[in-house]
Write a protein that binds this ligand. Structure first.
Ligand code: NDP
Length: 487
């Protein structure tokens, strides 16, 4: 028997004789269309890219484990939160929001904090951010908001004017803007940032009892940030610094870890709390609802292939499991649709068959075919109900839900207290040093806007959160403003 050797092959597996020289008609003649191996290489190369994510295009990911340290069965029947010591395999992807795939890791931007848990009841995704709130609270505003963060349609440059024009017209953004331009707007690395589920979700236990829940992840390496100057310098030296740090720390065995906590809000109390707990521009005070430790998330394995593991990974807030249900948060409700929709466009209708996205549990969905369909889940029978395959519904896992009433309509979303929480953040949470940096960071961006009208509208928001905040920003950008009318 001859020893089997590895040959260079075509995509069809046929051995390749010469991978260096195209076939030509004579030594100096044109290249022949007969060189199908050349055509195959060039044609595949032209198709190497899939559409970039419209948001969160620049990212890094890693596999890991979630270990439950505190049993949560009093609050949720979700498998991964039941039974101290239970370990659930997971994948995480971190990202910036506005930049393209090659953008800098040091941009001032919230970081995506997307987690996929391969639970015994199917995949559960938490698709959150490094900051606890969001700029808007109704998904209908999302495309407009993102247009202001991406490139200007005429100049193809990022536009401070568009950002502040939108923000100043959308005062619900003030809380997030204050966090973004504060120290935590540029995390030092992905290992040194908090993670949040942002929205309020509903947990349901085995007895059908409901609790509202908010997720917090705190890095064991501590929260560390970059100043604006450090970020600019690092951008020049190594724009992939966070990507590199995540990879290298895992390769060297210094595994990034986060402790997971939850705020638990009793179901009825949640409806009657002093603020709307479904408004994603607000936090829920930890004095009223303290953090309860749940478990530890450890990232311990780098992807084998960036494209198949990270670029083709898909996360969606709609990837829920029994025991976890959505709240009526209007931003969340829009995201329940738009993530899976984006993935059908970007990766295709069969994206869940790609290993990083595939649940570790059996899939019996009777969905059939489609582009790149590999492991069809239909067996011989692709319809339900049927007399043959024995696959039945499980009536115990129907959504529990909550009562709704009222008239269909387009309601003004939540209340208009845009100022209390940014005011607390500015006065009581930030140090004087951080307030100075906040004002300077805002001035470096808002100061680029030509139109006084936009600057005055935004400074008015700062002033309403705290007069000192408004006055200091006005001074830093040289804006002459009469504040007496606002008192
Ligand atoms: P607490 O004093 O219990 O919480 C203060 C929170 O602020 C902590 O979570 C702290 O995070 C966080 N924090 C510290 N510095 C910054 C910063 N520069 N940017 C963003 N967050 C920061 O009080 P409350 O829960 O009543 O919250 C008070 C205010 O704190 C809120 O109005 C909100 O602006 C902000 N906040 C609240 C959070 C919440 O979930 N309740 C979460 C984050 C911010 P850490 O523990 O990591 O230092």
């Amino acid at each position: 028997m001859t020893e089997e050797k590895e040959h260079l092959t075509t995509a069809q597996g046929a051995p390749v004789g010469d991978n260096q020289h195209s076939i030509t008609a004579g030594e100096n003649g044109p290249v022949l269309i007969q060189d199908y191996q050349l055509l195959e290489k060039l044609a595949h190369f032209a198709r190497e890219r899939i559409p970039e994510r419209v948001v969160h295009a620049k990212g890094a990911g890693a596999f890991g484990t979630f270990k439950l340290t505190h049993d949560m069965s009093d609050y949720t029947k979700a498998d991964m939160f039941n039974g101290v010591g239970k370990e659930t395999e997971m994948f995480a992807r971190f990202s910036t929001v506005a930049g393209e795939s090659g953008a800098s890791d040091t941009d001032r931007d919230p970081r995506g904090f997307a987690l996929k848990f391969y639970t015994n009841d199917g995949n559960y995704d938490i698709v959150g951010l490094s900051l606890p709130v969001f700029f808007i609270r109704d998904a209908k505003k999302f495309p407009d908001f993102i247009h202001t963060q991406k490139r200007d349609p005429r100049t193809h440059l990022h536009s401070d004017r568009a950002k502040w024009d939108f923000w100043s017209h959308s005062p619900e953004s003030l809380h997030m803007v204050t966090m973004l331009f504060g120290d935590r707007g540029i995390p030092a690395t992905y290992r040194n940032m908090n993670g949040f589920g942002n929205h309020t979700f509903m947990w349901v236990n085995a007895d059908g009892e409901r609790t509202w829940v908010k997720y917090h992840f705190k890095p064991k390496a501590g929260v560390k940030s970059l100043s604006a100057d450090m970020a600019t310098k690092l951008d020049g030296e190594n724009p992939d610094s966070a990507t590199e740090d995540l990879y290298n720390s895992i390769e060297s065995g210094d595994y990034p870890e986060w402790t997971m906590y939850v705020q638990l809000i009793p179901f009825e109390e949640g409806w009657n709390y002093k603020q709307n707990i479904f408004d994603v521009t607000r936090t829920v005070s930890q004095h009223d609802y303290p953090l309860h430790e749940v478990g530890t998330m450890t990232l311990n394995r780098n992807p084998e292939n960036y494209f198949t593991d990270v670029e083709e990974s898909t996360f969606a807030p709609a990837n829920l499991v029994p025991g976890i249900e959505p709240s009526p948060d209007k931003m969340l409700q829009g995201r329940l649709f738009s993530y899976a929709d984006a993935q059908r466009y970007r990766v295709g209708a069969n994206s869940t068959q790609i290993p990083v996205n595939a649940p570790k549990t059996a899939v019996h969905d009777h969905q059939a075919d489609g582009v790149m369909g590999l492991n069809q889940n239909t067996g011989d029978i692709n319809y339900e109900p049927n007399s043959f395959d024995g696959i039945k519904e499980d009536p115990t896992v129907k959504d529990t839900g909550y009562d709704v009433n009222g008239r269909m309509g387009q309601y003004v979303t939540y209340d208009d207290d845009f100022y209390t929480q940014p005011g607390i953040l500015y006065r009581d949470v930030m140090s004087e040093d951080e307030r100075e940096r906040l004002v300077s960071n805002i001035a470096a961006s808002l100061g680029n806007v030509e139109e006084d009208e936009i600057k005055k509208r935004e400074v008015t928001q700062f002033y309403k959160a705290d007069p000192d905040y408004g006055k200091r920003v006005a001074k830093a950008i040289g804006l002459d403003m009469d504040f007496s009318a606002l008192d």
